[in-house]
Write a protein that binds this ligand. Structure first.
Ligand code: AN7
Length: 401
């Protein structure tokens, strides 16, 4: 069994209470297991397919989950980029290979399964895009309703297309993501919809399996895990999961948790660099990486602990660095990711240059979303195809043959 525990005051709550913050002090909640009482056989895990549900003993769902076979994503050894950056052991965990094309599916398979167990028939979120796409997919699979609030004009085309085709009630807010989240949070509290943003601790339980898979795939613990940070849910989730593996005696050390943000949207980076205990919200976040265009990261409290406790760090990269790395990954490694995802590798490049990352480290970058999520940004960056008349001389001429 599990319970909900406040990360600030330590108050405990029953697992079926529908709360998104501690009713006593207002801080974040986490799902808490009695790890000593769990019968986990690691060899049994190895026999199951690599997926979110390989690790079901330390997930909160008791019944049959709503699943589309999420997780089990490839971990690629980046030999060419690694050589260029001077890191022999550089890897990318390609979360774009999930059913809806982002890591959010790990959270939603658990979150929507919990919604059903809690008797909810309408789920909701605010989203920079991927959360809404994933929620729409899992609500469709579960046969329940989804309401998604999107910041008007700032969601990549592929993500909007997904929310629409999977049947979510998509609402565009004339405001940014942070405002949309405030509104949907209030809506869920006052009208009983089930909130599936990353403030919901059950959703983060699914996402922690990224770290479990990395360790199973590498056959050991990396020295560092680097990921793009928006609401800071994913970095917090992976850290929580790895702490649980340590408590279970399966690993000894935690990787240095390293968060990368865009320069125009870097409240976590500022808090880490200035040694602040709380983040100062960024009122007007701006970046080409619209997935992480977030000024008030709701999981900041957990993320600052994750970074500090593991000796990690946070760094910001420019939009130009993000787009250059998106292209490098595509052309030198054959890996297509959306801009936010390229931020993790752009961050590694910068941190190596700054001497923060040691070339001997074993570094895993989480690349969070697929290239096709945001085709418009790609088309703006690349030269269009050369159009010619439909005859052989024209073809040979354009190819200089
Ligand atoms: C590709 O969909 O917040 O730090 O509303 O889509 O856990 O928020 C997306 C976030 C990184 C940041 N990479 O993760 C949303 C949303 C991609 C993302 C992040 C997001 P968090």
């Amino acid at each position: 069994m599990h319970q909900l525990t406040c990360v600030h005051c330590g108050a405990h709550y029953r697992p079926d209470e529908i709360i998104y913050q501690c009713p006593r002090c207002g801080h974040l909640l986490a799902v808490d297991y009695d790890l000593d009482s769990l019968a986990i056989d690691r060899r049994e895990w190895q026999k199951r397919p690599l997926s979110v549900w390989r690790y079901r003993e330390i997930l909160p769902v008791r019944g049959t989950p709503v699943t589309l076979q999420e997780g089990g994503t490839p971990l690629y050894h980046l030999t060419t980029l690694g050589r260029e950056l001077g890191i022999r052991e550089l890897y990318a965990k390609h979360e774009g290979m999930n059913p809806s094309g982002s890591f959010k599916d790990r959270g939603m398979t658990v979150g929507v399964s919990m919604a059903l167990e809690l008797g909810k028939r309408t789920v909701a979120c605010a989203s920079t895009g991927n959360t809404s796409a994933s929620l729409a997919v899992y609500a469709a699979k579960a046969g329940i309703h989804a309401v998604v609030l999107l910041p008007s004009g700032k969601v990549a085309l592929g993500k909007v297309a997904q929310a629409l085709i999977h049947g979510a009630n998509a609402i565009s807010i004339r405001g940014n993501f942070d405002r949309a989240l405030e509104m949907v949070h209030e809506l869920c509290t006052t009208h009983g919809l089930y909130l599936l943003n990353s403030i919901n601790p059950y959703r983060l339980e699914g996402q922690k399996t990224i770290g479990f898979e990395v360790i199973d795939q590498l056959g050991g613990t990396p020295d560092r895990i680097v990921l793009p940070v928006g609401n800071a849910g994913n970095i917090s989730a992976i850290h929580k999961g790895l702490r649980e593996l340590r408590a279970l005696g399966m690993i000894e050390n935690l990787p240095r948790m390293t968060g990368i943000q865009a320069e125009g949207s870097q409240p976590i980076v500022n808090a880490i660099k200035r040694g602040l205990s709380e983040v100062v919200p960024e009122q007007h976040p701006e970046t080409v990486a619209t997935a992480i265009r977030i000024g008030t990261p709701v999981n900041a409290e957990k993320a600052l602990v994750a970074i500090r406790e593991t000796g990690g760090t946070a760094e910001a990269v420019s939009d130009a660095e993000i787009l250059a790395m998106q292209q490098d990954l595509a052309r030198k490694e054959g890996i297509g990711v959306e801009p936010a995802s390229a931020a993790s590798l752009a961050g590694v490049k910068k941190l190596v240059a700054l001497g923060v990352i040691d070339p001997d480290e074993r570094v895993v970058c989480v690349v969070t979303g697929h290239l096709l999520k945001d085709p418009e940004t790609v088309v703006r960056q690349c030269k269009p195809p050369i159009e010619i008349d439909a005859d052989m001389p024209s073809l040979c001429s354009v190819l200089r043959l």
